[in-house]
Design a binder for this molecule. Structure first.
Ligand SMILES: [Zn+2]
Ligand SMILES: [Zn+2]
Length: 343
């Protein structure tokens, strides 16, 4: 079904954009219910509510937190929604998004493709969609373990937890390298940005706090179903600070512009530290990236477009800031790819 529906929707996304809105959300956070986070579900949900988020998944390890049991204080915004979910936690971790009940996690197999497939299948049985979480955590999950999995359309490209190596290290490539390898192999898979926060009592750059990774989803309405369907069509972008004004994913091109005001507002956050980088010029630049992670076009500025020549293109916006101490920090927005090979 996916193959038939996707080209049709991509073709008409500019039309579908009418009657849609952008919603800010976080798909991954923990609470005292897991035993190693420090804040209750009510207070965690309140934090996101009070900071303007539109939706949140309380994605607890092998526990289903029924949104109807979560109580918010004060005047509750009508544009804030708890999407039911769970972090299915076995030999690999995944967020089961928009499930109606607890998803089983006990399945074990040496072959991690089978484990991920089990998470996908069980999540679909519970009415939801799966996001494969933090592939660079612990023993990294390799592309050859992910690519055979059927019906997996999302993974965490950026997880803000300081211990999960989203940008890689000496022993593993960054998750962007993994993403391009999966896309090049023909997978239809979209990159999610999330907090995976555990701590709201102690704050600092090295702490595992919220407010650092989120998605902006373009949806007809703020319901768990509509948000999940929009994400399954790639109608969202992922952010670690940069906000977009315009985003067109055409049949064979991407066009975008940066919303400077909203980006500055996000970057002023006391919770956001950015990625330290050792060199480069401060400023805003847009890269259009194709198969193999090749940068096909790089623009210094706030808007740009590019027509695909290979099997896909995606765009990445970097805002690089020079701090008062002279250090450089990067903040990003990653769009989802546009495919031109009929997948
Ligand atoms: Zn996890
Ligand atoms: Zn987690």
């Amino acid at each position: 079904m996916k193959k038939l529906v996707l080209p049709f929707l991509v073709l008409f996304i500019p039309l579908l954009a009418f009657g849609t809105k952008w919603y800010k959300g976080n798909t991954h956070v923990h609470t005292t219910l897991c035993g190693h986070a420090d804040t209750t579900p009510n207070v965690v949900a309140q934090w996101y509510h009070d900071r303007g988020y539109n939706f949140l998944i309380l994605s607890e390890h092998n526990k289903f937190i029924d949104p109807s049991t979560v109580e918010l204080k004060g005047e509750v915004r009508s544009d804030f929604l708890l999407v039911p979910g769970e972090e299915v936690t076995g030999p690999v971790h995944s967020t089961a998004m928009n499930v109606s009940r607890l998803v089983p996690w006990e399945f074990k197999d040496k072959n991690r493709s089978k484990v991920i497939q089990n998470h996908v299948d069980e999540t679909r049985k519970a009415g939801g969609a799966l996001i494969l979480n933090h592939p660079n955590w612990g023993r990294p999950i390799h592309g050859h373990e992910i690519s055979p999995v059927k019906n997996l359309y999302m993974f965490e490209l950026y997880n803000a937890h300081p211990g999960v190596h989203s940008f890689g290290n000496a022993h593993r490539p960054s998750l962007e390298v993994l993403w391009d390898a999966l896309l090049e192999k023909g997978m239809t898979i979209y990159g999610v940005s999330s907090d995976d926060a555990h701590k709201l009592q102690k704050w600092g750059e090295k702490e595992n706090n919220p407010g650092r990774g989120w998605v902006m989803v373009r949806s007809k309405e703020l319901t768990p179903k509509a948000l999940t369907e929009a994400m399954l069509q790639g109608d969202f972008y992922s952010s670690s600070g940069v906000m977009l004004d315009k985003l067109v994913r055409g049949s064979n091109h991407i066009e975008l512009s940066v919303n400077e005001k909203e980006t500055e507002c996000e970057l002023a956050s006391e919770f956001l530290f950015g990625r330290p980088v050792s060199k480069g010029e401060p400023g805003t630049f847009i890269e259009f990236i194709g198969p193999g992670g090749k940068v096909l076009k790089k623009i210094t500025g706030l808007s740009g477009s590019y027509k695909a020549e290979g099997a896909y293109i995606r765009a990445k916006v970097t805002r690089r800031i020079k701090k008062a101490d002279g250090s450089l920090r990067d903040y990003y927005a990653w769009t989802q790819p546009v495919f031109t090979d009929g997948r």
